[in-house]
Design a protein around this ligand. Structure first.
Ligand code: NAP
Length: 315
């Protein structure tokens, strides 16, 4: 089965949905293909406190508002896995769950996926104590002991979130300095300083092994300086050590830098008519604000590209 659009957006996070909103408002017939549910990483974030104009908003609520706005503007969403992209020629195609969709312009907004620790026991206990999303799985660890691994925004926000649920939280980070924003570090540190704080910082440590029987019962830590090993008893392990861009579909056709898509200031990749936006593209600051900025630029310029092709009768 084949069907035609002006623009196909792959990925329904804030970047993809914003691209959809801008392209639809520019008069384009837009298809958005999303594998799971809309919102991407944002939908799994409990409180977003840095979205301009809304002091505090639940991530899934913000995602649904973006989705409703985009849908009301006429963007069609298909919940399917994009399996293959054909970038050749003026009309590109995307195969998703057995259906081929055609369009002159494509916007790649597939985001990035949580990175693993790559240590013994991690994979074995996924869903049985090992989690990559505190907001999704935190409730399973009410009044239990957990360890959060990482030193970025996600890790410290996970600790802040779990502080309302777990009875004890170890924060394991390989350095003494944090990568997270100052505001997040300050909130984390003030929780650590509270009387009877539940948080125990293990800085300069890595996780060596995740252990258990049916579920996680402990982790083995390595002190990076002394190389000494230490076992701590925990019920859950939240891995928050960054993310990898979802570029598997691109098959060396799209130029990457350090694994992320390179674009020009119009968000266009090395292939005319193919744009990228959000966490999948090379950039320094990965935030909702920067994702929607990318999406607005990509949606606008993809629309301009299609209009030019239309004028010369090629779309
Ligand atoms: P990140 O900023 O890349 O931080 C990853 C952390 O994990 C770093 O502290 C890193 O240590 C550590 N790490 C990496 N590999 C490791 C390994 N193999 N073993 C142990 N530790 C390891 O990732 P993120 O926290 O997921 O954030 C991703 C992006 O989303 C960032 O740009 C972040 O600002 C943004 N974000 C924003 C918000 C918000 O509310 N504004 C929320 C979440 C995420 P080193 O520091 O030593 O490299």
């Amino acid at each position: 089965m084949e069907t035609d659009f002006d623009i196909i957006i792959i990925g329904g996070g804030p970047a993809g949905m914003t691209a959809g909103i801008y392209a639809a408002r520019a008069g384009m017939n837009v298809l958005l293909i999303e594998k799971f549910g809309v919102g991407g990483q944002v939908a799994q974030t409990s409180t977003i406190a840095n979205y301009p104009g809304i002091a505090n908003v639940d991530g899934s609520e913000l995602s649904m508002k973006m989705y409703e706005q985009m849908t009301e503007l006429g963007v069609k969403t298909v919940f399917a896995s994009a399996d293959k992209i054909d970038f050749d020629g003026e009309i590109k195609s995307v195969l998703a769950s057995g259906v081929t969709y055609h369009a002159p312009a494509i916007i790649l907004s597939m985001g990035a996926t949580s990175r693993g620790l790559g240590v013994a026991g991690e994979k074995k206990f996924v869903g049985r104590g090992v989690s990559y999303c505190a907001v999704c799985d935190g409730a399973f660890f009410r009044n239990k002991t957990v360890v959060v691994v990482g030193g970025g925004n996600t890790a410290l926000q996970d600790v802040i979130y779990l502080n309302n649920l777990a009875s004890k939280i170890y924060l394991v980070h390989r350095r003494s300095g944090f990568r997270a924003d100052d505001a997040v570090v300050n909130e984390f540190e003030s929780l650590c300083k509270e009387d009877n704080s539940k948080i125990i910082q293990k800085l300069g440590f890595t996780v060596e092994e995740v252990c258990g029987e049916n579920t996680v019962t402990s982790v083995v830590l390595r002190n990076i300086e002394t190389q000494e090993l230490e076992r701590i008893n925990v019920d859950g392990v939240f891995v928050a050590v960054g993310r990898n861009p979802n570029t598997e579909l691109l098959e060396d056709k799209i130029t990457l830098k350090d694994g992320y898509i390179v674009v020009d200031e119009d968000m266009q990749t090395n292939i005319p008519g193919v744009y990228a936006s959000g966490d999948i593209k090379s950039k320094k600051l990965r935030q909702i604000a920067t994702a929607i900025s990318d999406g607005a630029i990509a949606g606008t310029n993809a629309s301009k590209y299609v209009k030019i092709l239309r004028k010369v009768g090629k779309a």
